[in-house]
Structures are given as structure tokens and as C-alpha cells.
Ligand binder design. Sequence first.
Ligand code: TMP
Ligand code: ASP
Length: 236
Amino acid sequence: MKKTELMYEGKAKKVFATDNDGLVIVSYKDDATAFNGLKKGTILGKGAINNRVTNYLMKMLSEKGIPTHFIEEINDRETVVKKVSIIPLEVIVRNIAAGSLSKRLGLDEGVKLSRPVLEFCYKDDALGDPMVNRYHILAMNYCTEQELDLISEYSLKINRILGDYLKDCNIELIDFKLEFGKTVDGEIVLADEISPDTCRFWDTVTGEKLDKDRFRRDLGGVEDAYQEILKRLLGE
Ligand code: TMP
Ligand code: ASP
């Protein structure tokens, strides 16, 4: 497979076209941003770690019945994935209060929610990814009702599978963000990434943060936290 032109460059990844019409290559960068791009930096080694962690978790999820865009890892920061049109929603699942939920509802970080919470944000940097509900999504035709039901069902199932899996690695899955895409055949698949950039991971025993909050909040030890996640998941 040959990489051709750069199709898209986001904050953390580039997407290249290939000589196969149905496939693209994702290339993970070490660049990090927070607060809708206001804070910028570099996390050394992040691209390679997020590539490997994402692929590892996507393979695990696909074995458990979640369709994903993953095809093949080609080097430490690049992966071949199915070409999809991204549904313009960030799907957030929360198990424990943290981040923007804590702020919005005045909850201490770490408070366990009595059941998982599903949130949707409309993917639009200029608007700051505003939160939307089911009615907005359907009225604005961001996806169909059937697709929204499937995305919701997949997200809650991913939460159960991932939460159980991470517990065995002494990682508490606090919350995370997913994106879904639609293939040329109209299949809804999990896309984007699942990594310390897009999840909150806390050590189950010490509560130590092992994710991008270390960068967002200037907590130090950012690279070490990403490395620790790679080690706990892939044993490296
Ligand atoms: P929040 O508490 O800031 O709303 O974040 C919820 C989860 O979503 C957290 O695990 C981080 C992730 N997230 C992203 O992946 N991208 C984003 O742009 C934001 C704001 C959050
Ligand atoms: N995707 C968000 C941004 O740049 C960052 C975050 O994860 O908080 O700016």
C-alpha cells in the first residue's frame, strides 16, 4: 500500500490517502493541545504510544463484537484504517465525575455515578464542540435515529468491555470520548482513537492520573504516564 496525498491534518493526527480507494493511513503526532487548541505542547513519544494503545484496544473490542475502522499497524506511528465519513459527534461516556461534568454539576472529582452517563458534543472547533442532545442531533441531521441508537448502544457496550479489561491492569476508566464513522457501505464503525489523550485513566489503588490531564493541568510526569499505560496494557 502506498501513501499518497495528505487529506487532513488535525491537532493530534494526520490522515493520508492511499492507492487503495477504501483505505487511508493515520499518522499520530507528538503534538498535544488542550482547551480547544489554546494550550499547545509536545508529549515526546505520544504518537507512537497512542497508535499502539489504540490499535491494541480496537483489536480487543472487535473480538468482542464492536466493528472498528482498524485494518493494520504499519509502523510505530502509522496505521491503515478504513476510509469513513466521520459522524460529527464526540460521544462521551462517564463512570466517575471529573472534568467538565464536575464543573457543570458542582461534583467533586472522583464521585462515583450511580450509572454511566452518555453525552454528545457536536464536533465543531469554531463553536468549541458544544454539547447537544438527541433532539438537536436528529433535528440537525448529524446522523439518523437508527445510527444514533447504534452509536449509543456500542458506546455503552465499549464502556463495559473496556472498564472490565482495564480493571485487570489496575486502571480505573473514569470517562472517555469516542468517534464513529460510516464506511462506503454504510456500516457504522468505531473510528478515531482510544488513548490517554481521549480517556481519563486513574490508578485503581493510588488514584494517580495516567492520562492527558497531566498535560492539561501541568501536573508533570506526562511522558511517564503515557509510558505507564503502554506498559500496563501491552506489557512493554
Ligand atoms: P471533559 O470532562 O473535559 O468533558 O472530557 C471528557 C472526556 O473526553 C475525557 O476523557 C477527555 C475526553 N476529551 C477528548 O477526548 N477530547 C476533547 O476535546 C475533550 C474536551 C475531552
Ligand atoms: N481536543 C482538545 C483540544 O484541543 C483537547 C482536550 O483533550 O482537552 O484542544
